[in-house]
Design a protein around this ligand. Structure first.
Ligand code: HEM
Length: 348
């Protein structure tokens, strides 16, 4: 700048003492520097003015807005050429961006792809409709379906391809109709499996695998013969009562020995009928089951089936899992003995 100032001021004054060659070179350099200086000044002013509005970016879009007023004289020299070139693509980008509402790069791609899709879509529908229309009437109502589908399709290109794609579905409907015939072959393996278990002896392995469950399930679960116990006669109530030492469940006089010898003649009179207690022999021991009658889950009649006799076998046939010794410990009278043994003991 100082040289330029001196040069501008030196026009009127004497030229500097320099050889002609240097003057020529300097003159050429000065011309270039003039251009550079103008450009520099212009760019400096543009930068100074654009930075606040343009954010330091030399885009033409913002220069068009910032270039209102004082910048024009300087900017007209250097800026005009780049801005219009840059501004035009920017304007197109903004226009496409405003249309698509997305990024400029994406808009460029969309602008290219969207016309291709629109052009391809209208071509497809026409042949697809002609194919779909004949199939639909065969499956559905011919008068209503064909005209309604054919009319809206030609005007609207976009929905048409979708319907054209929908035409194939009728074909899947045909395979859906195919399964009905297929069940026939599928029925063949099914009967093969079924006959294996009941009758066919060809494959013993499969029949044995299937035979095991029936054997377990074949065990006939006897219907429960339990009765509804009256209130206060639940198993828990019996446990509470039998554990009470003060309760006399034996039914014997207080002075009776802890264990007595019971003979068959004695036992057969204790049937639980006619005001007598029901005595029952279980495992060689004699129990008075009368206190337990209303607690018996199988009911009183069932319990009395073994009264006045040795019911060990019967008891075992009905419920061998029942722990009679523990449940009837408070009802134990004595031991079951033969008449001779009792007579011998009494004689002794
Ligand atoms: C010998 C005479 C007896 C007969 C005929 C008899 C019969 C029965 C019957 C039919 C049932 C129902 C089984 C079922 O659930 O279907 C039953 C259940 C029962 N009986 Fe007896 N009973 C007798 C003696 C006894 C005695 C002396 C006791 C007490 C120790 C007793 C305790 C039970 C018990 C606890 C059940 C329930 C079993 C269970 O739910 O698994 N029974 N009895």
């Amino acid at each position: 700048p100082a040289f330029i100032r001196n040069f501008r001021q030196g026009r009127l004054g004497p030229p500097p003492q320099t050889p002609l060659i240097k003057k020529k070179e300097e003159s050429g350099k000065e011309k270039e520097k003039k251009k550079d200086s103008t450009t520099v000044v212009a760019t400096r002013r543009d930068d100074a003015t654009d930075k606040p509005s343009n954010g330091g970016k030399p885009n033409g879009a913002n220069t068009s807005t910032s270039r209102q007023g004082r910048e024009q004289p300087v900017g007209v020299v250097a800026m005009p050429s780049p801005p219009p070139v840059v501004v035009q693509p920017a304007a197109t980008e903004l226009a496409t961006g405003s249309r698509g509402g997305g990024d400029s790069a994406a808009d460029d791609d969309e602008a290219q792809t969207t016309p291709r899709a629109s052009a391809a879509m209208p071509d497809g529908p026409v042949p697809s409709f002609s194919l779909s229309s004949p199939e639909e009437p065969s499956n559905a109502n011919p008068p209503a379906a064909t005209p309604s589908s054919s009319q809206p399709k030609p005007p609207a290109p976009a929905p048409a391809p979708t319907f054209g794609l929908m035409a194939p579905p009728p074909r899947p409907s045909a395979p859906s109709l195919r399964p009905p015939p297929s069940p026939a072959p599928s029925r063949l393996p099914v009967p093969n499996r079924n006959p294996l278990a009941p009758s066919s002896s060809s494959s013993s392995s499969q029949s044995s695998s299937l035979a095991l469950p029936p054997t377990h399930s074949a065990k006939p679960k006897k219907p429960s013969r339990q009765v509804v116990l009256t209130p206060g006669h639940s198993p828990l109530d019996w446990a509470r009562l039998s554990s009470n030492p003060g309760a006399n469940l034996r039914g014997l006089p207080p002075n009776a020995p802890p264990y007595i010898r019971v003979t068959p003649s004695m036992l057969k009179r204790q049937t639980g009928r006619r005001g007598t207690d029901a005595w029952m022999v279980l495992g060689g021991r004699v129990y008075n089951v009368s206190p337990y009658e209303k607690f018996h889950p199988g009911g009183v009649p069932e319990l009395l089936r073994g009264a006045g006799k040795d019911a060990t076998q019967l008891f075992g046939e009905v419920h061998p899992w029942v722990n009679f010794e523990g449940m009837l410990s408070a009802c134990l009278i004595g031991i079951y003995v033969a008449e001779e043994e009792a007579a011998a003991d009494n004689s002794d």
